[in-house]
Design a protein around this ligand. Structure first.
Ligand code: GZL
Length: 323
């Protein structure tokens, strides 16, 4: 009887180990097991964010399970369910859109696993479904972009500035709040005329498509392009130049994120203003998760410091951006 029991136990352990269910050695030594659902890899911001989280997990001794949802909410929901089944210590994720998370986050709550939102946030009636939201103040980013434009308008001395907007992923926090912050700020200034807002989904290819459509429809009426991220901006610029316009001169170009490629284009004078949206959230995430595990109280909202880069600045001493 005992021999059979021992043999059965060994076979179960082998199955668990081979199927990846048994805790691997490094997890047993890790300070924490963190499951992270990343929404995709649509931009240099996102790639930089993923890389920073992976780097900081190593630095803080956190065993990280990283999942790439490839821009699909259902893949994020599946990943969160896997993390629950695996019984990680903490779940973190960057929600691609704001709606549709209550069910899966209720399952995490019932499993006693705390959830941290990274970068974006969610709409929910139950504020206890997540313990903290770490990310930019996107409304303020929109305000800062508009405040730059108001200053530029004064310097240009024009009675009217007609602008087009290329927005990010529909129903995502940055798309909604950047739009609101920007429009609330220019609403007080009757020089500003919005011609049209079109959705570019934070993608470079869609930014090009949007700009082609806007140029076909409005042509040289366009004085200002406000783009919700650098990827879409860099898709739009060649389309502007193809028609003989000089971005940064014939049209004011305002963007958000502040990755290296866009900063270099700003230095060339083809972008006028970039509002920083830092992807370097790895340290804050690890410190927050470790504090959670240690039973310490944590802030419900954590916003990193962010700045504005523009053609009013001397950027010669700006260090490499890292994304
Ligand atoms: C903002 C982030 C946005 C970036 C885009 O924090 O969610 O998503 O601005 C990225 O580049 O796609």
């Amino acid at each position: 009887m005992k021999k059979r029991l021992a043999a059965g136990l060994i076979s179960v352990l082998c199955f668990l180990t081979l199927s990846g269910c048994a805790p691997r050695q490094q997890e047993l030594q890790a300070a924490l097991v963190l499951g992270f659902s990343q929404l995709g890899s649509e931009s240099s911001f996102r790639i930089g964010n993923t890389r920073d989280i992976e780097d900081k997990a190593k630095r803080y001794g956190v065993s990280l399970m990283m999942d790439d949802a490839n821009q699909k909410q259902e893949n994020q929901i599946k990943a969160i369910r896997r993390f629950i089944a695996y019984r990680v210590d903490v779940i973190a994720f960057s929600p691609i859109v704001e709606e549709g998370w209550d069910n899966v986050l209720t399952e995490a709550k019932q499993a006693g696993i705390p959830v941290i939102l990274v970068d974006r946030t969610i709409q929910t009636s139950d504020r206890e479904l997540f313990v903290s939201q770490i990310g930019a103040d996107f409304y303020e980013e929109g305000v800062m972009a508009a405040e730059y434009l108001l200053k530029k308008a004064d310097d240009l001395g024009k009675d009217q500035l007609r602008l087009v907007e290329i927005t990010g992923t529909e129903n995502s926090t940055p798309m909604k709040q950047r739009h609101e912050g920007f429009m609330d700020t220019i609403a007080k200034d009757d020089r500003m005329v919005l011609l049209e807002s079109v959705n570019g989904d934070f993608l470079r290819s869609r930014g090009a498509e949007c700009m082609r459509y806007l140029l076909d429809r409005y042509g040289d009426e366009i004085d200002v392009v406000f783009s919700h991220n650098d990827e879409m901006t860099m898709g739009a610029l060649p389309e502007i130049e193809k028609l003989g316009y000089r971005p940064g001169k014939d049209m004011v170009i305002i963007s958000i994120d502040g990755g290296q490629e866009a900063i270099d284009i700003l230095r060339e004078g083809k972008i006028n203003c970039i509002v920083e949206c830092t992807p370097m959230l790895g340290s804050i995430l690890m410190e927050t998760a470790l504090a959670l595990k240690a039973g310490q109280s944590i802030d419900h909202e954590i916003h990193p410091e962010e700045r504005v880069f523009s053609d009013y600045d001397d950027l010669s001493a700006l260090p490499p951006r890292g994304y």
